[in-house]
Design a binder for this molecule. Structure first.
Ligand code: ZN
Ligand code: MN
Length: 499
């Protein structure tokens, strides 16, 4: 049977505010010892009163606008009641029926076509404490009078409790794990462009839960959905969804029913496992938060925020095409990451070329970024903004290449060394002995040697086999350790053999 995959994603993003959502505690606790960024409000002591973080509201409205949402002017906060050890108050102050943003969308490219994926809502709430689950050591088990060393215990760190958290709920418009991945990448890019969140999934500042169900192709009925949790990378989301598609297919194919439940992704095993079924589903007993007044967002405020919105990924891509004459494809790749786009523009600025040479230079820089640079970044798994090669250093390398001081082969070697060591290009060219072989006599001598040593290839070339030239050029390049210009070498060989 053919099935259609239906996926909807819920994303929680931590906001980059200075203080927490409802109290004055610093939200910059990443490097702080546990339980040092706390006060009676975020500890949930009785009788305390929360206040609303204006910057968090502004960030949420910015996001709602960037995601093409309708911004609600009359909003309020609601209490979501549930008991869990990471929730100090026993309730979370969230938004229920009056979120800041509703009915928006973002676009992805699926099979070369633009596809619009709906956003149901964007709302603001608070984060919970961080639990660390541990197995007890024998000594700890003894100290705590527990019976076995397997007896687990949990550590609570309240620093994160009360940090502003923005929730973005997507429509079930996603039809494949690949579309889900693209949705997340696009959403994260938008948040990074807005500067409202780091969007770092591995660090937990950008978290995703996925709802997934399958239905027979061509039908409209919605089947029981499974919520998948515990995915902390884009790759994990993709793998977990792929796994669920296959698992649910098998269940339907054997004429059983998929159970509506929450499942957790186990990264090491590459499987999802049942966590809780529908019968245990929560009833949150939402009611308006009595400690906070309704929040009326003035139209003028929304307009002012709209005015201040920074350039977004698609606008920047279009501008790159316009300003630097890059292809839409290259411009899309560069602007897909704010850090990469910033780096590109920093290089262009650093190069300081006249207008007439701008597009040529921009293309050259783009080729390096999207070729060698991305390759090395991927291999070493780092972001371009933390790379040891700064824009100025890359531009210096390109200058050496342009002035013919190094060959393009040598430039790649130097680039790799720069990436590893952060040393300037000129210094590495000298220490690695990679200065271009500009002595015409020396080069001619090497070409002569190679021709004598390879009579077979010479014969092939003379017999009309054009490809033989590539082999000969390669041999000369090897003899010069990549210091010659391959095109010059090719011309020299041709001239020799023609004579
Ligand atoms: Zn606090
Ligand atoms: Mn939530």
């Amino acid at each position: 049977m053919e099935y259609e995959t239906i996926i909807g994603l819920e994303v929680h993003a931590q906001l980059l505010t200075r203080s927490k959502m409802y109290c004055g505690c610093s939200a910059d606790y990443a490097a702080a010892p546990p339980n040092t960024h706390v006060c009676p409000v975020c500890l949930g002591m009785p009788g305390v009163l929360p206040t609303i973080n204006r910057q968090a509201v502004e960030y949420t409205i910015m996001t709602a606008l960037a995601l093409n949402c309708t911004v609600q002017v009359n909003t309020k906060f609601d209490r979501k009641n549930y008991a869990y050890p990471d929730l100090m108050k026993g309730y979370q102050i969230s938004q229920y029926d009056a979120p800041f943003g509703t009915e928006g969308w973002l676009t992805i490219e699926a099979d070369g076509q633009k596809k619009r994926l709906g956003i149901i809502r964007v709302h603001l709430e608070e984060d919970v404490a961080k639990l660390t689950h541990r197995a007890a050591t024998p000594a700890e088990a003894f100290a705590h009078r527990t019976r076995a060393s397997e007896e687990a215990y949990s550590l609570v760190d309240v620093n994160r409790a009360g940090a502003p958290l923005m929730e973005i709920v997507g429509c079930p418009d996603i039809r494949s794990p690949e579309e889900a991945r693209q949705y997340l990448v696009k959403l994260r890019t938008i948040l990074q462009y807005l500067g409202v969140s780091t969007g770092n999934m591995e660090e937990g500042s950008f978290r995703c839960d996925a709802n997934i169900s399958l239905r027979p192709m061509g039908t409209q009925e919605l089947m029981p959905k499974v919520e998948v949790k515990n995915m902390n990378s884009f790759k994990a989301v993709y793998r977990a969804l792929e796994y669920e598609v296959e698992r649910q297919k098998k269940v339907w194919d054997t004429c059983e029913r998929v159970v509506q439940e929450t499942r957790g992704w186990l990264e090491e095993k590459g499987v999802t496992v049942s966590q809780r079924s529908k019968e245990q589903a929560h009833d949150y007993r939402y009611f308006p938060e009595p400690d906070l007044p309704p929040l009326v967002v003035g139209r003028e405020w929304v307009d002012a925020i709209r005015e201040k919105l920074p350039e977004l990924p698609e606008d920047r891509r279009d501008r790159f095409v316009r300003e630097y004459a890059l292809s839409a494809y290259d411009a899309g790749l560069l602007t897909g990451s704010k850090a990469m786009a910033d780096y590109f523009e920093a290089c262009v600025k650093e190069a300081g070329v006249p207008k007439t040479e701008l597009t040529k230079k921009a293309k050259e820089i783009a080729n390096w970024l999207l070729g060698e640079f991305i390759r090395l970044l991927n291999v070493s798994n780092i972001e371009i903004n933390t790379s040891k090669i700064r824009p100025k250093a890359l531009v210096e390398l390109l200058k050496l290449l342009e002035q013919g001081k190094i060959s393009s082969t040598a430039a790649k070697t130097v680039f790799e060394e720069m990436f590893k060591t952060g040393k300037p290009a000129a210094e590495l060219v000298a220490s690695l002995g990679l200065a271009q072989l500009s002595d015409a006599g020396e080069l001619a001598r090497l070409v002569g040697e190679v021709l004598v040593k390879n009579p077979q290839a010479v014969g092939d070339f003379k017999a009309g086999k054009e490809q033989a030239i590539g082999f000969l050029v390669g041999q000369v390049m090897r003899a010069t350790r990549g210091r010659a210009d391959a095109r010059t070498v090719g011309e020299l060989i041709k001239a020799r053999l023609a004579g």
